[in-house]
Design a protein around this ligand. Structure first.
Ligand code: ATP
Ligand code: MG
Length: 633
């Protein structure tokens, strides 16, 4: 890779301190830092040492002189048919009132506040209010079952939980409070107080006198609140966020304050190209890292308007997102491959019904973006669609195009290049040496991790080192647990997770590669491949596919023919060694609530094991289909 971006990236590694000192100017420092990086205790990195700043100040207060009346937060709900707009000045008022509420309940710097809320403005107020007073928020995805919630309560030990009576999904009320009560009963460290936003959706919401308080009442009592910003040392914790749990027990990712602010500001400028006054629409949920970074903090720090959308991508119809783009004049959009695949199954005419000319770029992350989906959405929108790759742990992209520095050509199916600050390597599993061009390796980052990345696992430094930095015995590097490959032009491709490898007659095959090949079949919408024990070959790939047109596999003969065709597709693209032993057709695949394929549970069923922790599973009946398919032979 040559060119302007390559030079930018090189400087971020070779002149690390100077590079980040410069980027740090994008945020406000109450007290300047004395040291860019303290790396005296590897692999723990402390960024902008002694500097004092505050995420809420950077997101709101700093803009009051220049853009007080500009919209900061626009809430659009197709679930309760509501739209609300908060200017920076109004957001400032709301966040101050919320901060005063938390303080009145005894929440102080360093205390944890657990947020278990639907996508409503009060959730954003609460996050920002915590940041304002130096409290540590832990947002738990609304709708997680009580068991998941209880384990997170016990790990984070919040003083206060902020929640709501209910959320809405597809027009149906999803009660939150009942689940929360169950979780608190099951918890060893229950919170002192619970603050409830009563949306009037669940008239039967139970309340525990003395513990449960009403947000509206407290809000009224703190009408003129003016809560001073708590200036935090850059390395104090800002939040805890648990990973999706796709590969196992969720890990409590701890993030700092100053490094995070700088990384977000720098990525908003160089990656997302979001300018002050523009509008960003991120379709994720505040319960995920994407929501933290690019619904709440990133756009606001950049002086942009951010959209908080409560609803589905296809309700009232598959044009809803494009209508929002039109009505709010959205400039930057961020979504997921899963969501785009959902839209792809709908009528393409929805795209042309709205004026989306304001949209400059669409970013996608969270799952591998297959080439055909990437091509489809690019053709449909006729703007750059940028696949970028990151993790809850990193808080911002690891691999991405960086159009704010250089408009590099997009290659379908590739998240392009290492983001600035990441000393990214593809390492051979056997000896941690560097993989060559076209050779697959473990995506690894030579520490220190750049600003914005996790500081540690909450309450467990030892687990942080053991989990992420111990993959190779010869070298202390951060492992992403994903496979990647780089082509001769420096473009990267993610090939799947390192624990998703199967061994067929001595050949190590990534299940992701087989999935990509099967996706090339015109009637396959989605597919999951796992390895199944086989007497002869050790393991044999087994595929579970969702078809686009079910009419084509209506009877047994058609199913058998389709299965043969899929096998032939794999033979052609990868060779017979990768041919699946069986291709089962199902209506849906088991996914986490963040839209990720839960391959480990399918794998477990295929091996006759218990499917493990399923608390993050979106729809448990998806596993029943897998089970039935396996038993059907
Ligand atoms: P856990 O770590 O608890 O098992 P998780 O890894 O699913 O859960 P996240 O941090 O939400 O939790 O997801 C990060 C992972 O998502 C990456 O490691 C990668 O496997 C996948 N991913 C994210 N973006 C992309 C992308 N653009 N292309 C391919 N894979 C991606
Ligand atoms: Mg992970």
């Amino acid at each position: 890779m040559a060119g302007e971006y390559a030079a930018f990236h090189r400087r971020s590694i070779e002149q690390r301190d100077a590079f980040w000192r410069e980027q740090a100017q994008l945020v406000h420092w109450h007290r300047p830092f004395s040291q860019v990086l303290d790396y005296s205790r590897p692999p723990f990195a402390r960024w902008f040492v002694d500097g004092q700043t505050n995420l809420c100040f950077n997101a709101i207060d700093r803009h009051l002189d220049t853009r007080a009346d500009q919209a900061a937060l626009v809430y659009v709900s197709t679930e309760v048919d509501q739209e609300k707009r908060y200017s920076f000045a109004e957001l400032h008022v709301e966040v101050n009132r919320c901060a005063a509420i938390l303080q009145s309940l005894g929440v102080a710097r360093g205390d944890r506040v657990l947020v278990y809320m639907p996508m409503i403005p009060e959730a954003v107020f609460t996050m920002l209010a915590c940041a304002r007073i130096g409290a540590v928020h832990s947002v738990v995805f609304g709708g997680f079952a009580s068991h998941s919630l209880a384990t997170r309560i016990d790990d984070a030990r919040p003083k206060v939980v902020v929640s709501a009576d209910a959320g809405m999904r597809a027009g149906k009320v999803v009660p939150y409070k009942h689940l929360l009560d169950e979780a608190i009963r099951a918890s060893a460290h229950p919170p002192e107080k619970v603050v409830l936003v009563d949306r009037g959706l669940d008239p039967g919401m139970p309340r525990t006198p003395g513990r449960d308080l009403d947000y509206a009442q407290l809000h009224a009592a703190h009408a003129n609140a003016d809560v001073p910003v708590v200036w935090q040392e850059s390395n104090e914790p800002s939040y805890i966020l648990y990973t999706s749990g796709t590969t196992g027990k969720p890990k409590g990712v701890q993030r700092d304050v100053g490094g995070y602010a700088v990384a977000l500001a720098a990525s908003m400028k160089h990656v997302y190209c979001g300018r002050p006054g523009q509008t960003m629409f991120t379709t994720s949920d505040i319960g995920w890292v994407v929501g933290h970074s690019y619904i709440v903090y990133g756009p606001l720090i950049a002086g942009m308007t951010t959209i908080l959308y409560e609803g589905l991508p296809i309700r009232p119809d598959a044009g809803i997102w494009w209508r929002i783009v039109q009505d709010c004049r959205v400039n930057v959009m961020f979504s997921s491959p899963t969501a785009i695949r959902v839209l792809k199954k709908q009528d393409a005419a929805h795209l042309s019904r709205h004026d989306i000319s304001s949209l400059e770029r669409l970013f996608l992350a969270g799952e591998p973006l297959d080439e055909s989906t990437h091509r489809w959405i690019s053709d449909a929108l006729r703007i750059p669609v940028i696949d970028h790759y990151w993790q809850t742990e990193t808080g911002w992209p690891i691999l991405t195009a960086v159009p704010g520095v250089e408009q590099t050509p997009i290659r379908f199916g590739s998240p392009s290049f290492a983001a600035f600050g990441y000393d990214l390597r593809l390492l051979r599993e056997a000896d941690a040496s560097e993989a060559g061009v076209g050779e697959k390796g473990v995506v690894a980052i030579v520490p220190p991790l750049p600003p914005g990345c996790m500081s540690t696992i909450w309450g467990d430094d030892e687990r942080f080192v053991r989990t992420y930095f111990s993959t190779f015995s010869t070298r202390q590097v951060y492992s992403t647990f994903d496979w990647g490959v780089r082509d001769a032009d420096g473009y990267h491709f993610i090939l799947g997770r390192t624990d998703d490898v199967i061994n067929v007659a001595g050949h190590r095959l990534g299940t992701r590669e087989i999935e990509e090949a099967i996706s090339a079949h015109p009637n396959v919408a989605e597919v999951a491949v796992v390895g199944m024990a086989d007497q002869l070959k050790g393991q044999l790939p087994i595929a579970f596919a969702v078809v686009k047109d079910a009419a084509q596999i209506a009877d047994a003969a058609q199913c058998a023919a389709a299965e043969k065709e899929v096998m032939a597709t794999v033979d052609r693209l990868l060779g017979a060694i990768a041919r699946p032993g069986r291709v089962h057709f199902v209506n849906m695949l088991p996914k986490t609530r963040s839209g990720k394929l839960l391959r480990r549970s399918i794998q477990a069923l295929a091996e006759g094991r218990d499917p493990g922790d399923l608390t993050t599973l979106e729809d448990p009946t998806a596993l029943d289909q897998i089970r039935a398919a396996l038993q059907g032979g």
